[in-house]
Design a protein around this ligand. Structure first.
Ligand SMILES: NC(=O)c1ccc[n+]([C@@H]2O[C@H](COP(=O)([O-])OP(=O)(O)OC[C@H]3O[C@@H](n4cnc5c(N)ncnc54)[C@H](O)[C@@H]3O)[C@@H](O)[C@H]2O)c1
Length: 303
């Protein structure tokens, strides 16, 4: 079996490639290397293709594949170029979608918990969504397209995964868009007080990238189409991250509270309703926040 992974040089894409290879599945790693780290692919046997998902002819160099995992996107939610955001994230998705429909092969694509916008309770796939920025809107457009298309057409399984807050190895190139775990670790390792938005009570559903990669890659075997949340269902505070890091680093650093410049669009609360993940994808996150941060720190960040 051979799987095309787009956005393969990025954070989640490269973890998906690693996971597939660990299961002896061949991969074609497609990326335009615009917002990635080539080192994420150094230890893979993937066939590398440098190309752009917005290019109508993107597939001309792609060998025969049996499934597609689409991770390529602009992921900096603060990017001010709306046209670029929608072009890459939605038009690019549509090209990949058309490719998988034409080839009659399963498609798994990255959506986002961003589509839910601001909330104070569990986020369910059935609820109305209110994207609060163009990034979230671009992901919402993908989900809408899939829902509409599936009403009238029969296709091989199409699986949209609304990832919650992912952290783990391979995210360093994302800089300010990398996870809170990465940001806080980098401050604390320099013995600086970790800076968090006032007053650290924000709660997020943080999920380790190894869980995300496994869930995403295994979803190519699903026998039906679905749009599902991918989270732990257990939101944790930013203060929790600091106390886990303090314990692992043997420090006692106190948080420094700062104003949130993105407060109008910032998701202060995310929590996945994991019913579809457990009932339809028949899986769940293995790593608790404590276990995920420990693995990340000891096996990657410290090295
Ligand atoms: N990291 C998270 O917490 C999170 C949460 C929700 C959803 N997602 C989604 O998961 C997917 C992967 O995100 P990530 O965190 O790995 O981000 P990332 O920025 O590390 O990866 C995106 C990859 O896409 C590539 N890319 C960008 N534009 C491209 C184009 N036009 N053609 C080909 N490749 C292109 C980039 O070079 C990069 O390697 C994205 O679709 C993102 O929206 C991520």
């Amino acid at each position: 079996m051979r799987v095309l992974v787009t956005g393969a040089a990025g954070f989640i894409g490269s973890n998906v490639v690693n996971y597939l290879e660990s299961k002896s599945i061949d991969t074609v790693a497609f990326d335009n290397f615009s917002h990635s780290d080539y080192r994420n692919l150094l230890n893979t046997n993937a066939e590398i293709i440098c190309g752009d998902v917005t290019d109508k002819d993107f597939s001309k160099n792609i060998p025969k594949v049996d499934a597609v995992i689409h991770e390529a996107a602009i992921t900096d939610t603060t990017l001010a170029d709306d046209a670029k955001m929608v072009r890459v994230n939605y038009n690019g998705f549509r090209n990949i979608f058309d490719f998988s429909v034409e080839k009659k092969i399963p498609l798994v694509y990255a959506s986002s918990a961003g589509v839910y916008g601001k909330a104070e309770k569990k986020m369910s796939e059935e609820q109305e969504v209110t994207p609060h920025n163009t990034y979230a809107y671009s992901k919402y457009l993908c989900d809408c397209w899939v829902n509409k298309y599936l009403q009238k057409n029969k296709t091989p399984p199409i699986v949209g995964l609304r990832y919650f807050n992912v952290y783990g190895p391979g995210e360093a190139h994302k800089k300010k868009a990398a996870s809170m775990i990465f940001q806080l670790y980098n401050q604390m390792i320099e013995n600086k007080n970790p800076r968090i938005f006032k007053f650290g009570q924000q709660k997020r559903d943080f999920i380790y990238v190894k869980d995300v990669a496994r869930i995403t890659a295994d979803a190519i075997n699903l026998d039906r189409s679905v749009i599902s949340n991918v989270g732990t269902g257990e939101p944790r505070t930013f203060k929790d991250i600091i106390s886990i890091l303090n314990k692992l680093l043997k420090t006692e650093l106190k948080p420094e509270y700062i104003d949130n410049p993105y407060s109008e669009v910032y998701q202060n609360y995310t929590e996945a309703d994991s019913s579809k993940l457990t009932k339809i994808l028949k899986t769940e996150a293995d790593y608790s926040l404590e276990e995920g941060i420990k693995d990340y720190l000891e096996n990657y960040l410290k090295k």
